[in-house]
Ligand binder design. Structure first.
Ligand SMILES: [Zn+2]
Length: 483
């Protein structure tokens, strides 16, 4: 049923900027303070109080815009978005409407459906947050916390570019990476520092006109993005298949029941009566200011991914895993460049498996020093340690630190690559297994692996298995049998 329909999704993402103070006053923007303690006449909207824009917020907003390839406009306007709600004491929110800070950007991301895809960023503007209505504090009553009033936000609006819920999620994760790399926001959906609203519509496959869209709100965790959009898409398809029409309305997602319900009409505002805020002059940004923000941007994930593919010969998928977080990408490169340099592909495998697994179990900490990992990798390459033994050394270093060679020796894991010693073990094994030697001599050559296994056993895992095999092969060749 679903494949006769095409899904069209656009996202509006609200991101709290990582500032110390609020957008237009000096109040703390910190999360989690006791209710209604971070407030002042400006963010409470008391008569006569005047807003002053936060310079750091503007810097972060411009960096976000540049990171997303937007055109930053030298002149933009703050406007009042008027609506009545208990958590909005001023009766309006300062936002940008007709002349936003930035427009016409793009973000390339790895789509699960079509590989590298590009989302268009229609606009990026600056605004202030509203307070919070708390419905679960007191029975049958709503409490208001105005601490969040005036916290700086940017809103990032895409075109109707996504064709499936999981594509929308992939974009969102990439957006989060960019904002985290550039230290623009904490992007924590659970704390509300990243919030997403989605415009969803469906149309019959092959149609070019867009269907009627609904707006899905209240998606408050990454885990729910795909679920909420899938539920709404399926609801619309069911309505249309039954011969009905989709009403243009706002739908609220309920994660407990995994369902959507229309927002009550009295919660909706149809006309915001936008007009330029008379208390704030047009926002004028000099070329120097914008250029300065460009220099503050680090290498962003997409660039880094491309460079990893080119420079280290990694696959796009591996490079994407390694560049998902800046700390991991930096760690990987330090391993590659440490000491005499680790093999780039081997290092990538180690980071993607042992290192990330260990980090996952230990609060995302990268516990083994990059230099120690580089040393460990070269011990494996040089034949001193088997891969299995190296994994044990890695765990030991993660728990207690230490240098790889010392740790391996302390654990008795160093491989013996001395031909004389290995030859001694080979003789011991052959002497102990006369029946197998006889069968080998009669042509059962696959028994060679059995002998290698026995050498490993006799040496308690210390023999270099490749060397053991070579010694056994030589012994068979020179004698015509294994005596
Ligand atoms: Zn304030």
């Amino acid at each position: 049923m679903a494949n006769r329909w095409e899904t069209v999704i656009g996202l509006e993402t609200h991101v709290q900027l990582r500032t110390v103070s609020k957008m237009f006053c000096g109040c703390s923007a910190a999360f989690g303070a006791p209710p209604n303690t971070n407030v002042c006449p400006v963010c409470l909207g008391l008569p006569g109080a005047l807003p002053v824009p936060n310079e750091l917020a503007l810097k972060l907003a411009v960096r976000a815009a540049l990171g997303l390839g937007c055109t930053v406009h030298p002149r933009s306007l703050f406007a009042r978005k008027n609506y009545f709600y208990p958590d909005l004491p001023k009766g309006y929110q300062i936002s940008q409407f007709e002349q936003p800070l930035a427009t016409a950007g793009s973000l390339s991301y790895l789509s699960p459906d079509q590989g590298i895809a590009t989302a268009t960023i229609v606009r990026l503007h600056v605004e202030e947050d509203a307070g919070k209505s708390l419905h679960d504090r007191f029975p049958k009553q709503t409490a208001i916390d105005l601490n969040r009033c005036g916290v700086p936000l940017i809103e990032i609006v895409t075109g109707p570019d996504f064709r499936s819920p999981h594509e929308a999620r992939a974009y969102l994760l990439t957006l989060k990476q960019v904002l985290e790399y550039a230290a623009i926001s904490e992007c924590d959906m659970e704390k509300g520092s990243l919030r997403v609203d989605a415009n969803v519509s469906v149309r019959r496959a092959g149609e070019t006109a867009l269907g009627t869209k609904t707006e899905v709100k209240n998606i408050n965790s990454f885990a729910f993005v795909e679920k909420a959009l899938t539920v709404e898409r399926d609801r619309q398809i069911a309505v249309l298949e039954a011969g009905g029409t989709v009403a243009q309305q706002t739908m609220l997602y309920d994660s407990k029941t995994n369902s959507v319900r229309p927002q009550r009409s009295k919660e909706e505002s149809h006309d915001y009566r936008y007009f330029p805020d008379p208390d704030l002059p047009p926002l004028m940004l000099s070329e120097e200011f914008v250029a300065e923000q460009q220099t503050q941007l680090p290498e962003l994930p997409a660039k880094k991914r491309e460079r990893f593919v080119e420079k280290y010969g990694l696959s796009v998928t591996d490079a994407a895993v390694l560049t998902a977080e800046r700390a991991v990408a930096d760690y990987y490169e330090t391993v590659v460049h440490a000491g005499s340099g680790a093999d780039a592909k081997l290092a990538a495998n180690w980071v993607m498996t042992e290192v990330l697994a260990d980090a996952k179990d230990h609060g995302e900490r990268l516990r083994v020093q990059p230099g120690a990992l580089a040393g460990l990798i070269s011990l494996v390459r040089g034949g001193t340690l088997s891969h299995q033994a190296a994994k044990r050394v890695f765990s030991e270093m993660a728990e207690h630190g230490g240098e790889p060679r010392n740790v391996a020796e302390a654990l008795g894991l160093t491989q013996v690559a001395d031909t004389g010693v290995v030859a001694g073990w080979v003789s011991e094994v052959l002497g102990a297994h006369p029946t197998e030697v006889e069968r080998y001599r009669k042509g059962e050559t696959k028994l060679l692996q059995f002998f290698v296994g026995q050498v490993m056993k006799v040496s308690r895992g210390k023999a270099d298995p490749k060397l053991a095999q070579r010694v056994l092969e030589e012994r068979a060749r020179s004698l015509g049998d294994l005596k």
